[in-house]
Design a protein around this ligand. Structure first.
Ligand code: CTP
Length: 410
């Protein structure tokens, strides 16, 4: 995927800068042209001579470098690339990018570019976990900046945690995945906005099943994946109705939000939103609800036994929509959250419910899928199973939107 691709590699200041030298090699071996920018902090860790020696090109360091301006302006430098990769990306570089600062060559290039950008963060664990950095990360992701890493492990500063820059081969793979995805989006869609004129319903988030006026049964779903799908479908031009259980998230702009609490409300709003061309059931619907919701708060000394809840099964929204005798949407997609035998269980679930596709994901402890920002999914369809690499939930959403657009194409 990398043959002939032009990559502008910005090397920031960090112990991990030496790994970027290996990255240059790796990318070149795969046929990419690599041009490098070395920040002043980066130059404290690797020399312009070694960077230039490996890239076989001049190394750009200063914003006001008149020779460079005469040869190639900084705007041209960033725009002539197919992808900008910032590795290592320091907390400072992330802050500059998130806030639009342009006071040196690297930040100016990043602000002036209209080509995709990938960052490989590298910093101390406390700096990574600091709310300021996490907010910057969120801002950058919401603008479509691609991320790879950071990894968990021992740090040069002696601490342990998340903050180690991803290994060069992992960054190279992520770059390859980006170009592969971009190429498939181009061939399958032809033009963006492939879902113009299509109406799609998305369920998202958990449901809350009341026990009494103050208590409820719920689950750990954050709604991130469902909301991201709604946003990606809007970006593709679809009219989107997002039916969401209680979450902390704002509905992506451009979609119509129907906020619900319980599974029964979610089903009724989903049916109300039909007819639709597609329905994506990404919600983590509670399987059961309390048979008789107490009118008043249950008390410890209640004569009724408040320790035993009698549960009844909730309606299955995905199954109901998939098996509608009339007005079944052309494409019905479900998710399968599994903790073991992920593909086997997902395939069985697809057959049982009668939906067209299942997006299977592993939510076992340690994967961080529930509530996390990343997801590793397998698309289970008649056409065969497709395992996607681990990527952000936003990227999963974009990829799924592309697949949906391809499937609904006249
Ligand atoms: N789903 C639904 N309504 C329900 C339960 C699940 O629409 N009452 C949908 C979810 O939105 C998801 C899919 O069904 O798209 C699978 O959900 P999951 O919780 O993995 O499966 P369950 O049907 O609950 O099966 P199990 O708990 O046995 O794994």
């Amino acid at each position: 995927m990398l043959a002939g691709k032009k990559i502008l590699l910005i090397i920031g200041g960090g112990v991990a800068a030496y790994k970027s030298l290996l990255l240059i090699r790796d990318l070149q071996k795969q046929g990419a042209f690599v041009r490098c920018v070395l920040t002043p902090a980066g130059a404290e860790f690797v020399t312009p001579l070694s960077v230039g020696g490996l890239s076989g090109d001049r190394v750009y360091q200063e914003l006001f470098d008149l020779t460079a301006e005469a040869e190639m302006g900084h705007i041209e430098l960033s725009r002539s690339a197919d992808l900008l990769v910032v590795a290592p990306t320091t907390a400072d570089l992330m802050a500059k990018m998130a806030n639009g600062l342009a006071n040196d060559l690297a930040s100016t290039l990043l602000l002036a570019t209209d080509t995709p950008v990938m960052i490989a963060p590298s910093m101390n664990v406390r700096m990574w976990e600091h709310p300021a950095t996490q907010k910057n990360l969120k801002t950058l992701k919401s603008r479509g900046v691609l991320t790879v890493g950071p990894d968990e492990g021992d740090m040069a500063c002696g601490e342990y945690g998340y903050g180690r820059m991803a290994e060069p081969e992992v960054i190279a793979d992520a770059i390859g995945d980006h170009f592969e995805f971009a190429a498939s989006a181009e061939t399958t869609l032809g033009t963006p906005q492939g879902l113009r004129g299509k109406r799609i319903v998305v369920t998202s988030g958990p449901t809350h099943e009341p026990i009494d006026p103050v208590r409820y049964i719920a689950n750990r779903s954050s709604g991130k994946q469902g909301h991201a799908i709604a946003g990606a479908l809007v970006a593709e031009g679809a009219e989107v109705i997002l039916i969401s259980g209680p979450t902390r998230l704002d509905a992506p702009s451009g979609c119509t939000l129907r906020a619900v609490e319980t599974a029964e409300e979610m089903l009724s709003e989903t049916l109300n939103a039909l007819p639709a061309d597609a329905v994506v059931c990404a919600a983590a619907v509670a399987d059961y609800r309390v048979e008789a919701v107490a009118e008043n708060k249950l008390k410890k000394d209640d004569e009724n036994d408040a320790r035993t809840l009698s549960l009844v099964e909730n309606p299955d929204i995905l199954k109901t929509i998939s098996q509608l005798p009339n007005g079944r949407p052309e494409l019905v997609i479900g998710f399968a959250a599994e903790t073991e035998k992920v593909i086997d269980h997902a395939s069985a679930k697809r057959a049982r419910k009668g939906c067209d596709w299942i997006v299977a994901n592993d939510v076992s402890t340690g994967t961080g899928t529930f509530g996390g920002d990343d997801n590793q999914v397998t698309l289970v369809r008649d056409a065969g199973n497709e395992s996607w690499p681990k990527m952000s939930k936003d990227d999963v959403a974009r990829r799924l939107a592309t697949k949906i657009s391809e499937a609904l194409k006249p």
